[in-house]
Design a protein around this ligand. Structure first.
Ligand code: ZN
Length: 162
């Protein structure tokens, strides 16, 4: 008797069209141009990225488009040590919650070029964009984030965004 079957590879595909709507369209188009477009709440002034078209706190539409920086601060992170099928990045690697400068909500990104043991809360990071000819209206236009070498952001500057 041979070894038990543990996995079966079955090629499959899923074709779909996405209609991003008024809020996400400028965000997705911005990614092609290397810009990060957010929206500001007219009531509480919080800046949301990616924009969803409304403020969940104030329950009002967010229509003002604002560009936020492609630099930010690591607010929290996790180190991925477990191998899994289809893994594209060598382990260990870090996924971090990054508070982009000018935004009020953090965003999850891959961290590369920075040793895993050097990633920490407060680390300043910047986006590494795909070359312009490879960009699409998707987050794949940002390859990853890496440390900038700036001094760490003080905890008080991001403690409200954890
Ligand atoms: Zn609001």
């Amino acid at each position: 008797m041979g070894d038990p079957i543990k996995k079966i590879i079955t090629p499959m595909s899923l074709d779909y069209k996405i209609t991003p709507g008024h809020a996400a369209t400028p965000f997705l188009r911005g990614l092609v141009d290397g810009r990060l477009m957010a929206q500001r709440c007219p009531k509480c002034s919080k800046v949301y990225i990616p924009p969803r078209g409304s403020c969940p706190t104030c329950a009002v539409p967010t229509e003002e488009e604002v560009q936020v920086s492609d630099r930010g601060t690591v607010t929290t992170f996790c180190v991925v040590n477990l191998p899994f099928y289809g893994q594209a990045v060598e382990i260990p690697y870090v996924c971090a919650s990054v508070l982009l400068d000018g935004a009020d909500i953090s965003f999850f990104f891959l961290i590369q070029e920075t040793p895993v043991e050097e990633v920490r809360m407060g680390l300043r990071v910047e986006a590494v964009w795909a070359p312009p000819e490879e960009r699409t209206p998707s987050l794949e236009s940002i390859k990853y984030f890496r440390a900038t070498g700036e001094a760490d952001a003080p905890f008080d500057s991001f403690k409200e965004h954890l």
